[in-house]
Write a protein that binds this ligand. Structure first.
Ligand code: CDP
Length: 784
């Protein structure tokens, strides 16, 4: 036996992030860092009204202002057939409004000028005459008889209803409800919130009139898909479009869609013949791009007298804003919401969903989640805790009783999902042990006896991440596979190019580690490149925690392809039959003679200098990976809260998070992802809210109103892990990026509900500010 040499950066090692050197030195290359010769700046005029007919747009004064090169209106865009564009959900969206404005902040006109200040000054000089119409700000208002028709631009649109969608078995579900010993009901609202990346969205369009090449630098999580959409929308040949996503300062789903600003900047550069930069300011980001959630949900659980869940019935109304622009696979109108049976073995389930237009910005981005899995996870976890409380059972016991058991995997859910692997009781037990649950439960009871308001919340979420497989999952018909191209240079160093695009997740490190594991090239010797459509292989991008399940698998597969070629070269170099060679990380050796060996570096050199007769030179390849199934990460989160009766202030005393994402490539990066998600979940549960007044004015358009958690508010997290590999992923890994954002809001809210349960409170909608808690306590006669 050979002795395994230590190879820096293998899977499971928490090596430091390769990309951090440039970020920590302030040497990242973000969109706004890019300056091109002759570059112009664009500012967008946005509607102050939520719903209004445009009577006229007067650009005369703006056009005459210093530095102004062009004022672009909807009419000008219409002359080029670009006033409307397709959305990711097969709807249409106004690029610049021509007929009506349909939400506050909608794009109406744009100014292109020599400097940003000149563009903004001239934008403010554009005169628009509006005829204000009544605004619709909720699905309930949208469905009222006689409600104003928002999408009168669409020929067959007679009301504000967009879609009706169903999953599961209605008859079986109703039959189970008819037999139920108890039905637990919950009506809850998952409010509109915003991914709020540190860096806002933007682009620089540089159309070269001489070559016809359009280079578009863009903060995009999916540059290839954008290139294809641009080719289809503009008619430009796809080889003449190059989308470059430079370093991205957070995406969280906000940077998946194509926004009107991108289209206007590109059209302006095409018409003017100079590069045009457009970067949103914070206010524009918060009012107009990429909202998430806004689901009004009704869930009913049927339970038998032994505490076993027998059926789940759910209806939801989705508030989609003025254009149906959800970023989600074509087949699933309500995203992947029907994963709503969660971690529980529920024999029958039926889900109905209706989408509505409202006078709000288009939303439905998968904010750090797989297309609405967050709302689903929230609903089932809230329902399960409420059921336990109503049945007088312990939340943890009730979950244990209803979990899908480890031996049931692969598990077919009542709504049609095949879960790959899981061990929910184990994750729960690790969490309870970490928390000291039994002791804590006794402590809660003792504190309650003294009049304190305190509680424990649990959420045992199951996620579904890693779209495709391509036959079921597509965006605008583009199958959701992903890719990796690996070149090993003669000196044994490597270049790995991917169809994904990191926004801070550390891909340059973790994907290099996969090459280390599979091919034995140290992670430091593997350069990882993403985000340039002229060089990277085609891929669907990074969102929905799909990078590791799909592109990570593609990386392992391409490395394995290269290893097979390396084996042939080693056989030639060692003059031994291929089957007599043994692989250990970094080298082939002759079985029984560990000293007769060739390292991967020696083999790489031979691939360019000393090949077997007839073999093609080089050591490189590409792999397009279409996964056989999604991966199903899971975990148990547990939260302890104390509530001040006098003020309603909630204090999170403990937060324990046990995650299972299969095999962890870089445990430190995984923990970082979980910390970030738990913080986002905390913000969503307690602080963040985009709301609208009756006139459709967006309240939450700045960081004074839209409250993000800082280190000051955020609780301390105690992490734990279990490892249940995915049976179909080549490395056994599942995605993890979104787990904590998906799973944690319910845990925080369940803790508050548990604390208030002695007073009969069963629901408070997020964000749970002190005002709502105080009002709930008051309404139950608790005063202090
Ligand atoms: O698609 P996205 O990169 O947002 O999500 P992901 O695939 O869950 O990966 C987030 C980060 O965690 C990446 O750097 C992954 O490679 C890393 N990761 C890991 O080290 N081990 C896992 N099992 C899952 C993710």
């Amino acid at each position: 036996m050979a002795t395994e040499v230590h190879m820096h950066g293998r899977i499971g090692e928490s090596i430091k992030r390769k990309e951090d050197g440039r970020f920590l030195r302030g040497k990242g290359n973000y969109l706004d860092d890019i300056e091109l010769p002759g570059m112009l700046h664009m500012a967008i005029l946005r509607s102050p009204h939520a719903h209004a007919r445009i009577k006229s747009v007067d650009t005369a004064a703006a056009s005459a202002m210093p530095g102004v090169v062009a004022v672009v209106t909807g009419d000008l865009m219409a002359q080029h057939k670009l006033a409307w564009m397709p959305t990711l959900s097969y709807d249409t969206q106004a690029v610049l409004a021509t007929d009506k404005v349909r939400f506050q902040g909608q794009e109406v006109a744009a100014v292109v000028a020599e400097t940003l200040y000149q563009a903004e000054d001239a934008r403010d000089a554009i005169e628009v005459d509006y005829d204000v119409l009544p605004a619709i700000t909720s699905p309930d208002k949208a469905k009222e008889p006689g409600a104003p028709l928002i999408r009168d631009d669409k020929e067959n649109q007679k009301d504000n209803h967009i879609y009706h969608w169903e999953a599961g078995d209605q008859a079986a579900t109703e039959a189970a409800f008819a037999r139920a010993d108890k039905v637990v009901r919950l009506h809850t609202f998952y409010p509109r919130c915003h991914p709020t990346p540190l860096e806002t969205c933007g682009c620089i369009a540089d159309v070269n009139g001489a070559t016809g090449k359009a280079t578009i630098y863009m903060t995009s999580q999916a540059p290839h898909a954008v290139r294809t959409v641009f080719a289809l929308v503009t008619g430009l040949p796809e080889q003449n479009i190059r989308v470059i996503s430079p370093d991205i300062g957070g995406g969280f789903g906000n940077k998946v869609p194509v926004y009107p600003g991108y289209v206007v900047a590109t059209a302006a550069s095409l018409l003017i013949g100079r590069p045009v930069k457009w970067v949103e300011d914070r206010n524009e980001n918060l009012i107009s791009t990429g909202f998430a959630r806004d689901f009004h949900m009704d869930g009913d659980l049927a339970v038998d007298k032994n505490g076993k869940i027998t059926a789940l019935r759910v209806h939801l109304d989705s508030d989609n804003g003025a254009f149906f622009a959800d970023a989600q696979p074509t087949k699933f109108k309500a995203g992947l919401f029907h994963i709503v049976t969660g971690s529980y073995d529920i024999p029958a389930a039926h889900v109905t969903a209706d989408g509505y237009y409202t006078n709000k910005a288009p939303g439905g981005v998968a904010f750090r989640c797989s297309f609405r899995v967050t709302e689903a996870s929230y609903l089932i976890e809230r329902l399960v805790t409420n059921a336990a409380i109503e049945l007088g059972m312990d939340q943890a016991d009730f979950r244990m009783k209803n979990f899908i058991q480890p031996e049931q995997f692969p598990y077919a859910s009542a709504t049609g999902w095949i879960y790959d692997s899981g061990d929910y009781p184990k994750a729960m037990n690790v969490a309870l042990e970490k928390l000291g649950y039994d002791e804590l439960r006794r402590d809660v009871e003792a504190r309650r006896q003294k009049g304190e308001v305190t509680g424990i919340g649990i959420a045992s979420f199951t996620e579904v991440v890693g779209a495709g497989h391509g036959a079921e999952f597509d965006i605008l018909g583009l199958r959701m596979f992903d890719s990796a191209e690996l070149r090993v240079h003669p000196t044994g160093k490597a270049l790995l190019r991917m169809g994904t695009k990191s926004q801070g997740q550390g891909h340059e490190t973790t994907f290099a580690q996969i090459v280390t594991e599979e091919l034995g090239i140290p992670a430091a010797d593997v350069a990882v490149e993403e985000g340039d459509t002229d060089t990277a292989p085609y891929g669907l991008g990074t969102y929905a925690s799909r990078s590791t399940p799909v592109a990570g698998a593609a990386t392992a597969m391409v490395a394995r392809k290269l290893r097979e070629k390396a084996r042939k070269i080693a056989s030639h170099l060692l003059e031994a039959a291929e089957e007599d060679l043994e692989w250990e990380t970094g080298r082939f050796y002759v079985k029984g003679s560990p000293d007769k060996a060739k390292t991967i570096q020696e083999i790489a050199f031979a691939a360019y200098t000393n090949l077997p007769e007839g073999m093609e030179a080089g050591l490189e390849g590409v792999h397009y990976y279409d996964p056989p199934n999604m991966t199903y990460p899971f975990g148990t989160y547990a939260v302890v809260v104390d509530i001040d009766k006098g003020t309603g202030q909630v204090k999170v005393r403990r937060m324990v998070a046990v995650d299972d994402c299969g095999v962890r490539i870089n445990p430190m990066i995984v923990e970082g992802q979980i910390h970030g998600g738990l913080t986002e979940g905390f913000g969503i549960a307690f602080m963040e809210l985009i709301t609208f007044d009756n006139d459709g004015n967006c309240i939450g358009s700045n960081f004074m109103d839209y409250l993000l958690p800082t280190a000051w508010e955020t609780p301390r997290f105690e992490l734990g892990e279990t490892v249940t590999p995915s049976p179909h992923h080549p490395l056994g890994a599942k995605g993890v990026g979104e787990s904590a954002t998906v799973g944690s809001p319910a845990a925080y809210v369940n803790a508050v509900i548990d604390a208030l349960s002695p007073y009969g409170v069963t629901n408070i909608d997020m964000p749970i500010g002190p005002d709502k808690v105080w009002a709930a306590l008051r309404s139950k006669g608790v005063t202090e």
